[in-house]
Every structure is written in C-alpha cells, then in structure tokens.
Design a protein around this ligand. Structure first.
Ligand code: PLP
Length: 421
C-alpha cells in the first residue's frame, strides 16, 4: 500500500498535547567533536519522550465512533504514557497491558494519566498477545507503538520541526531505533525534501533488530534482546517501518552500553538533564560517526528522545561512562609468584594512573591480577598490553568484555563495594 507521508505529516495533529521542542546547541560536545552538535530535546515533552506525538495523532485521526470505543496498548514504558495521556486528552478510555514484572513506579505513572492497567504475563510478548485478545473481546482500538502510518506520521512531525528550526545545511540526523517508528517518520519527511541529508539510525549492539534485518533483506526476529536501553529493546521491527528504513535510512551505527553511558554524561554536561539510555543512543551514534569519518565543521542533529531514567541505574551509568569515554581500560595480567614481582609490575606501569586493582593467586606458580588504568585513547590500551608483555607478563585487554566489566566491579572488588547507604 502507498501512503503519502509528506501529506500525513503535514496534516498530523500533535500540538494539542506535544510541544515543539527546542533544537539546542550543545557547546561542550560540539567543541570536543569539532562539529556543530544540535540536540532535539524530545526529553522535554510532558511525558519525557516523543511517544505522545504518534499515539495522539493515531487517535485524533480515528473516526469519532471508533475513538469512542476506547483504545488498548501493550507497553511497559514510554508508549504506555503517551497512549494514556493522548486518550485522556481526547476523552476516551484507555487500557494498557503491562507485564507483571513492570516496576510499580511505571504502573502508577500510567494510572496517574488516567489509564486502566492490566498486568499480564512475564514479558512484553505475553502482554502484547493479551492486549490483542482484549482488543477483539472488548471491541477496543489497538494503538501500535510503531508499525502504523499514523503513528509514524506523528513521530515525523519531529523531522518537520528540525527543518524549520535549523537554517544551515545539515550533514546528518541521528535517530535511535527500537521498532523504527521514530526514524521512519523523520526520514520520510526529511528525505522527501532534502535527500542529501543523511539519516543515520543508532541501535545497541545487543538489540540491533533493524540493523540485522536490513543486512538480511528481510525482518529478523532476535532470539534475545539486551535490556539496558529498554526503550529500544524490540525483538522484531515493523513491516511498514522496515520498508521505510530500507528506502530511506543511509546506515545504522551500533554502540555498546559504555558508549551509551558516556553519551548520557555528555548530554548532562551540556544541559544538566539526564537522558534514559535509549534517549542518548543518537548522541552515542553521532560520536562514533565523527570518530570514524573524521569530519569537522559539519552540523549534526541528534534526537534526545527520552528521559524516563530509572534513578537506581545512575550509579551504574556513572561508573560505565568512564569506560565509554575510553579513559579507562581493563586488563587481566598473569604474573609469576616470585619475590619482588609486584615491584616489577609497578615499574612496568610507569606513571599511569591505576583505577582498579585486584589480586588473585591462581596456584603456587602464578597469580592473576585485574587492573584498570587510565588511558588517553583506545590505541593507548594496545600500547599497555605490549608494555606488560615486554616485561614478561601475559596480558589480555578486557576493556570490551561485557562479563568482566559487570563482575569485576561487583564481585571481585573495586569501587562498587563501597556502597554508601
Ligand atoms: C520508543 C522509544 C524509542 C524507539 O522508537 P521506535 O519508534 O520504536 O523506533 C527510542 N527512544 C525512546 C526513549 C523511546 O521511548
């Protein structure tokens, strides 16, 4: 089926509930990256994400008799809040099915916006199936989080605002991808008017459903999906969003948890606002792109798309941000058990700053140490490995090893054991 997205976006109704958010210059990040970085502040919407644009437009486009039947959605996160708010503004009933594991704060936030909450199943998939069943039984209208032309068009109003707000030529727009509704809407609008502007998707490396689908030329269902950036933890992208991404998206950049944490910190330094992990993906992607392409003096737009941060996560984010900045590297070093060996090890370290140290005797011959060291850049880590090796210590660079980082901090020792109560 053919949809004229330019027309749908121009006719979209979102401003009854959504703000036209600022497109803000990020001074520190721009200086560091030597490019002009602009943040589209969707974290400033009343529900702290862009999701109300799509949800409201979808409902506002329904014939009034259908709207009056009430709506239903499945979500544990931002979509739930968008649907609840949109429904209450339009004076209709909304039911949100959430997994029973949903934190109570999120359940209460959705109830506070006037929705009825049904807790069902352990996973999003279970909740989704149940919602589709209730849709039939109770004659409700299902509001999909991304795979619907009216939802896509609602998110597309962000693209419209960007072109209006930014007067100079834009090199690229960076957009987080979950199911693909946000990027599809933005790309459909911008590519139609300015095909030279690159549209670059960003996904976590462990939740890259769109990347894998584009590679394969068909939708791929991920057997597992990383949950750190919960706003984009989607197993399978939409039919329509996949079609639009095939048509319009120039490339997808993958980033890891540390990159995301570093991006949260970057945005905090420039704005004093804290994005949720999915909300900072686009910024992490822009950083990786600048590093790879070695571009300077370009205008890069990033969508800061959400701020529903779980407060308890902040400690983890703060710790991991350093690794994401590539200012710290972690090594496993084998050293023989011998008198004076630690002294030799220290000599070998030179004047580098130690950030982590734990020592384990493996047997009478050998000990393992885990060391964290401050580094200047990623290449520096390679230098350190060579250094240790030339001192006769077998060394492995563990900086990119997810398990090590989790366990080193929390089990072997290190800063996380200092738990202020
Ligand atoms: C929903 C959401 C996304 C992903 O949007 P899709 O349309 O599913 O691709 C990204 N970030 C945040 C904060 C979200 O809430």
């Amino acid at each position: 089926m053919y949809f004229d997205y330019l027309e749908r976006i121009l006719k979209a109704r979102v401003y009854d509930v959504a703000q036209e958010t600022p497109l803000e210059f990020a001074p520190n990040l721009s200086r560091r990256l030597d490019n002009k970085i602009l943040l589209k502040r969707e974290d400033m919407q009343s529900v702290f994400s862009f999701k109300l644009r799509g949800a409201y437009n979808k409902m506002a486009q329904l014939p009034s008799d259908l709207l009056a039947q009430g709506v239903i959605a499945a979500s544990a996160g931002n979509h739930a809040q968008g649907v609840a708010l949109a429904a209450s503004r339009l004076g209709t009933r909304s039911i949100i099915v959430m997994p029973v594991t949903t934190p109570e704060v999120k359940v209460n936030a959705v109830k506070a916006r006037g929705a009825e909450v049904v807790l069902f199943g352990n996973t999003y998939d279970d909740a989704y199936t149940h919602a589709r069943q209730l849709e039939q039984e109770k004659d409700l209208i299902f509001i999909h989080p991304f795979d619907d032309p009216d939802v896509i068009a609602g998110q597309g109003t962000i693209g419209m605002e960007i072109l209006r707000q930014c007067q100079q030529p834009i090199h690229a727009v960076f957009v987080a991808i979950g199911g693909g509704g946000l990027i599809s809407g933005i790309a459909a609008y911008i590519k139609r008017l300015h095909p030279e502007i690159k549209i670059i998707g960003v996904e976590p490396v462990d939740a890259a459903a769109m990347y894998q689908s584009l590679q394969a030329g068909k939708r791929i269902r991920l057997p597992q999906v990383g949950l750190f950036a919960d706003g984009v933890a989607v197993r399978e992208v939409g039919v329509e969003t996949f079609r639009l991404c095939q048509q319009y998206v120039d490339e997808i950049i993958l980033v890891d948890t540390d990159d995301i944490c570093a991006a949260i910190k970057d945005v905090f330094e420039d704005t004093r606002s804290i994005l949720e992990p999915a909300g900072a993906l686009a910024i992490a992607g822009a950083k990786a792109y600048v590093e790879r392409e070695q571009i300077t003096g370009k205008t890069l737009v990033t969508i800061a798309c959400g701020a529903n941060m779980n407060f308890d996560r902040l400690r983890f984010v703060a710790e991991r941000a350093e690794l994401g900045e590539r200012r710290e590297a972690i090594f496993a070093v084998n050293i023989p058990e011998a008198p004076g060996i630690l002294c030799r090890f220290c000599e070998c370290l030179g004047d580098r700053n130690l950030t982590e140290f734990s020592y384990r005797i493996a047997d009478s011959q050998e000990a393992h140490i885990f060391v964290g060291l401050q580094i200047k850049n990623r290449a520096d880590a390679g230098q350190i490995v060579q250094n240790f090796e030339s001192c006769g210590f077998k060394t492995i660079d563990l900086t990119d090893d997810e398990l090590t980082k989790l366990h080193l901090r929390h089990m072997v020792g290190g800063r996380s054991l200092r738990r202020p109560q």
